[in-house]
Design a protein around this ligand. Structure first.
Ligand SMILES: Nc1ncnc2c1ncn2[C@@H]1O[C@H](COP(=O)(O)OP(=O)(O)OP(=O)(O)O)[C@@H](O)[C@H]1O
Length: 232
């Protein structure tokens, strides 16, 4: 494995996530073996690798370690098609309010969340879709709703599994920048390696069930990145 001791943004800070010889498997089938990894607060980290290399598996494991501190934007959004974008975004805040408050807001949007979610919808470019049923929105619009729901969780750590895969490059850049500015720590599984380099200061490449490299984005060569996707 290629590593750099400065890959972690703040190596003296205590680790937010720490994996020591961790093996991740499904029903006894190993996906990632003997993973050693330390992530500190403040990092912008991308997980890259071919389809099936274990990016989502690792991200889900990290989430499980600190679920109450993580905003979660999964690949399969789990949004509710018959509800409006507004209500889907509001779902990010369910745990912050009482059952009565949540039920009331479902019937008639309350002033405070309405103001906050309208602002968020503006930032995400879905203001015009806010009170339409989610099922009537395009794939990219639905993905922005899913990001809105994650942003509205208002956590310090953002974990996103291909959060902008359905967006064009310009939109993706803007929204990744919004995600980055709204969270202390950002960890993303990304197929787009250029995006990973642009947004993240540290990149971890997964291949053959292992960490193939863990390097600062600036030190990562095209050859190292390309090698991840070649069969050998
Ligand atoms: N719930 C599950 N049960 C059993 N096997 C699983 C499950 N989820 C993923 N796998 C397997 O684990 C391996 C890694 O999958 P994972 O989704 O972590 O890869 P990935 O790098 O995120 O892929 P992609 O880029 O296609 O999203 C794959 O071989 C996949 O078939």
């Amino acid at each position: 494995m290629q590593t750099d001791p400065t890959a972690s943004a703040a190596t003296d800070a205590p680790a937010l996530f720490s994996l020591n010889d961790t093996t991740l498997s499904y029903q006894g089938r190993v996906v990632l073996r003997d993973i050693n990894l330390s992530i500190t607060a403040g990092e912008r980290l991308a997980l890259v690798g071919a389809s099936g290399s274990g990016k989502s598996t690792l991200l889900k494991h990290l989430r499980g370690l600190h679920s109450s501190q993580c905003a979660w934007c999964p690949q399969h959004s789990g949004l509710v098609p018959m509800l409006s974008s507004y209500h889907n975004i509001y779902m990010g805040s369910l745990s912050r309010h009482s059952a009565l408050y949540n039920a009331w807001n479902l019937i008639k949007p309350l002033a405070a969340p309405r103001k906050e979610i309208t602002l968020l919808a503006n930032q995400l470019g879905i203001y015009d879709q806010l009170f339409k049923p989610l099922g009537s929105l395009s794939g990219g619009q639905q993905q922005r709703v899913a990001i809105g729901r994650a942003l509205y969780q208002r956590q310090k750590i953002f974990l996103g599994d291909e959060p902008v895969s359905a967006l064009d490059g310009f939109q993706a850049d803007g929204i990744l920048s919004l995600i980055s500015h709204s969270h202390d720590t950002v960890i993303l599984a990304l197929h787009d390696t250029e995006q990973a380099r642009k947004v993240c200061d540290r990149i971890i490449g997964l291949k053959h069930g292992r960490i193939a490299f863990d390097l600062p984005s600036k030190q990562l060569s095209d050859d190292q990145l390309n090698a991840l996707y070649h069969h050998d």
